[in-house]
Design a protein around this ligand. Structure first.
Ligand code: GTP
Ligand code: MG
Length: 329
């Protein structure tokens, strides 16, 4: 990778240059220690640049229409004089090539718009997402003047929680379906969602979509009220017919307004930042320690004894932690 100076990145971000933004994200994702050094300096400079932005996470089963929605919704937002960045988290690194290419074609209009920026982001899933740099990518997008940052999860599983931990508004996208289909949506994800959007509310499915909406609202009533004072809303939309974008945006804007008024908007970002810090410190500590041969040897040895039934888990853990203590003293 070509080396650039800190000023190159800072000037480029300040002048909203998306080529520099792309290079900055690559820098932050790099595992080379010289890159990490520069990345840390860069991230430290842009620390307070973001209070005006809104971060929207979008999740939903494959094929529900997330990318199609973002393509249309993003263009709608640009008409409202917003600049829109889209970060797609790919949980399965081996899929990176294929799905991202697919997504680029599905966001063809948006990706050509100079007010938009689209970028895939590896989730670092092998390490439970801790190695993921989407958090930092969001900050860089905001420093480059993007006021709406959309994070799309590709696929299902852990990625929802990961995304929820870095956005202001968490949107669950579903398709029109029968009561049985709706029961299949994981309760935890429904509870996490600030808004549920029923996409494909067009053609034959328009009627079913309306019924799904009232079913969902009924189901949501059974949940305990959120302590933020925000009640999860349900909106209909068709990415295909470009319908419902204004309503979705209104929902998100109202949420933002309400969270600003009760002080939870910034509080949530501070909390997210702190838990992000804790996660990365824990992860870093573990990497640092387990890179020591003496410790990995002890772990390997006690692991064998746990396997053969020679040692209890409790005793084996104590032996490993004794070694850690020795190394630190
Ligand atoms: N009828 C109808 N079809 C839609 C709509 N939105 C998307 N589709 C179709 O649904 C399929 C999947 O759309 P995508 O946007 O790729 O879905 P996705 O959720 O991004 O899928 P993954 O990225 O694979 O998780 C495509 O064939 C779209 O044309 C809609 O509003 N109405
Ligand atoms: Mg997609």
């Amino acid at each position: 990778m070509k080396r650039f100076t800190l000023d190159y990145y800072l000037d480029g971000l300040r002048s909203k240059d998306t080529v520099v933004l792309a290079r900055a994200i690559t820098l932050v994702e790099s595992s080379r220690s010289t890159d990490q050094y520069l990345a840390d300096q860069l991230l430290n400079e842009i620390i307070n640049n973001n209070a005006q932005s809104i971060r929207i996470g979008i999740t939903g089963t494959p094929g529900v229409g997330k990318s199609s929605f973002i393509e249309g919704f993003g263009s709608f937002l640009i008409q409202q004089h917003k600049r829109v960045a889209v970060l797609a988290i790919d949980p399965t690194s081996q899929r990176t090539g294929g799905s991202i290419l697919g997504d680029k074609t599905r966001m063809e209009t948006l990706s050509k718009n100079p007010q938009a920026y689209i970028r895939p982001s590896s989730s670092g899933s092998t390490l439970g997402g801790v190695n993921n740099r989407t958090h930092e990518a969001i900050l860089l997008c905001e420093a480059a003047g993007f006021d709406v940052v959309i994070v799309e999860t590709v696929g299902v599983g852990q990625s929802e929680t990961l995304v929820n931990s870095m956005v202001d508004f968490f949107l669950l996208m579903i398709q029109p379906g029968s009561g049985d289909d709706l029961q299949g949506i994981k309760k935890g994800i429904m509870e996490m969602a600030h808004g549920i959007v029923i996409n494909k509310a067009d053609g034959d499915q328009a009627k079913l979509a309306k019924r799904s909406k009232s079913d969902l609202l009924n189901a949501l009533h059974l949940f305990a009220a959120s302590d933020t004072g925000w009640n999860t809303r349900v909106e209909l939309c068709s990415a295909l017919e470009k319908m419902g974008f204004a309503e979705v945006w209104e929902m998100i804007s109202e949420f933002r307004q309400q969270m600003f008024e009760n002080g939870l908007f910034l509080q949530n970002r501070i909390d997210q930042n702190l838990s992000w810090f804790e996660n990365r410190v824990n992860f870093g500590l573990m990497m640092q320690l387990t890179s020591d041969d003496r410790l990995s040897e002890v772990i390997e040895k006690t692991r064998g004894k746990v396997k053969s039934g020679e040692l209890s888990v409790s005793m084996a853990t104590t032996e490993v932690l004794d070694m850690v203590r020795q190394l630190l003293s």
